[in-house]
Design a protein around this ligand. Structure first.
Ligand SMILES: [Zn+2]
Length: 158
């Protein structure tokens, strides 16, 4: 984890803040080339589009698949505020993107939101490595957790 990694993650948190301000889930992601250039970025748009698959990690995986060569995908990194869900992990794996760096794990988010009483969700909360075993994964990042946690208020399980 170097300063460039942390700066990309801070941009993800800013995008997550933009999403939350727009009424969407507080998630943001940045696609960075092997040489360190920011290629694309996105934020969650589930509520504003009415599409529950409008996750930024999914959008960036598709962007990479359509705009980069397989070699460029393999050298690229997706930085993201929260660990990929299984849908986004699969898209990332199919696109052949080399690396993921996330601030907060899916398990941490579930704990922040629901404590020890999480509701049963429509999609299993599988870790990235279980869905896309070839991806290099780094996270969580302790020094940024408070910033992202502030964007995820506690919820009441139904
Ligand atoms: Zn997702």
């Amino acid at each position: 984890m170097n300063d460039d990694d942390l700066n990309h993650l801070r941009r993800c948190i800013a995008l997550a803040g933009d999403a939350a301000a727009a009424g969407d889930g507080a998630f943001g992601s940045v696609l960075v080339s092997g040489s360190g250039d920011v290629l694309a970025e996105d934020r969650n748009r589930e509520t504003s589009t009415g599409d529950p698959t409008a996750h930024p990690e999914f959008a960036l995986a598709r962007w990479a698949a359509m705009n980069l060569s397989p070699e460029e995908c393999a050298a690229a990194t997706v930085y993201t505020s929260g660990e990929h869900c299984p849908m986004c992990s699969a898209a990332h794996g199919w696109a052949g993107i080399g690396r993921i760096v996330y601030v907060q794990s899916a398990a941490q988010l579930q704990w922040w939101r629901y404590g020890d009483n999480p509701p049963a969700g429509p999609v299993a909360a599988l870790p990235i490595q279980q869905v896309a075993p070839l991806v290099r994964v780094e996270g969580p990042v302790p020094e940024l957790l408070d910033e992202i946690r502030a964007l995820h208020p506690r919820r009441v399980a139904e």
